[in-house]
Design a protein around this ligand. Structure first.
Ligand code: DX5
Ligand code: ZN
Length: 244
């Protein structure tokens, strides 16, 4: 029923004091994860602050697993090159991110949404810069942003990331409305002959994974379900088994 689903453990749930240990642990899985998902938060676009370019640069030195860098930052135009230079393999930007850096941080459990992207040239420009650097490009949608806002970019980006929690924190509950959004994106991609990977991020575990894979998800981000488990390798395997 399902194709080859890729798994991207989120390092947000790793032990930051032992990041290398956790990366090597994940790399030892059989098969190893297809991606390592790296959550970059700026304290503005989301009400949390995580890691930035120096840590990504260090990660790149210790692993060959491609780095899937999820930019939850305002004004990505200004900082994009940092992440390219640090060694990201794929960079995802949010449709909702803009240049209004003076706004107060969003409250936990909420996030900005857009009905439509009125100035697509911004997103198109970001994708072009990511491509020009030889990287894969992703676009992401917050939970309250409709799938339609991403439609016009489906034939430009290699990946579309559906947030299934309000971004900012690991360990939140999966938002069920994401299931229909995955289906809508998959249907529109098929209709226009585009083939982006559909990635789902937030609250993914062995129970929720099949719900989105069934609708066309290709890449599953899993933070807490893997790295907060007593046995992360077994937890990774449990998710793979659930979508076989
Ligand atoms: C949340 C991040 C996610 C997070 C997912 O803003 O984008 O990547 O790590 O964590 P879990 O899988 O615990 O919901
Ligand atoms: Zn993420």
């Amino acid at each position: 029923m399902f194709g080859d689903v890729q798994i991207a453990p989120s390092l947000l749930s790793a032990d930051f004091m032992n990041l290398e240990r956790d990366v090597q642990l994940l790399a030892g899985a059989e098969p190893a994860p297809e991606w390592l998902h790296v959550d970059v938060m700026d304290g503005h676009f989301v009400p949390n602050l995580t890691i930035g370019p120096p840590v990504i640069k260090s990660l790149k030195k210790i692993t060959n697993i491609p780095l899937d860098v999820h930019l939850m930052i305002d004004n990505p135009e200004q900082q994009l090159d940092w992440y390219i230079d640090a060694g990201a393999d794929l960079i995802t930007v949010h449709l909702e991110a803009d240049s209004r850096v003076a706004e107060p941080p969003r409250r936990p459990g909420t996030s900005l949404s857009v009905e439509r992207v009125d100035d697509p040239s911004r997103i198109i420009g970001l994708i072009a810069r990511i491509h020009a650097a030889g990287l894969l490009a992703g676009i992401s949608l917050n939970p309250n942003t409709p799938a339609e806002a991403a439609f016009r970019f489906l034939n430009l980006a290699e990946l579309v990331l559906v947030m299934s929690v309000h971004p900012g924190f690991g360990g939140q509950r999966f938002i069920k409305g994401s299931i229909g959004k995955v289906a809508a994106l998959a249907a529109e991609a098929k209709r226009i002959g585009a083939n982006p990977l559909i990635e789902v991020d937030g609250g993914i575990n062995a129970q929720t994974a099949p719900l989105v894979v069934d609708q066309g998800a290709d890449v599953l981000v899993a933070g807490n379900a893997v790295l907060a488990a007593a046995d992360p390798i077994a937890a990774l395997e449990e998710i793979r088994q659930a979508v076989l």
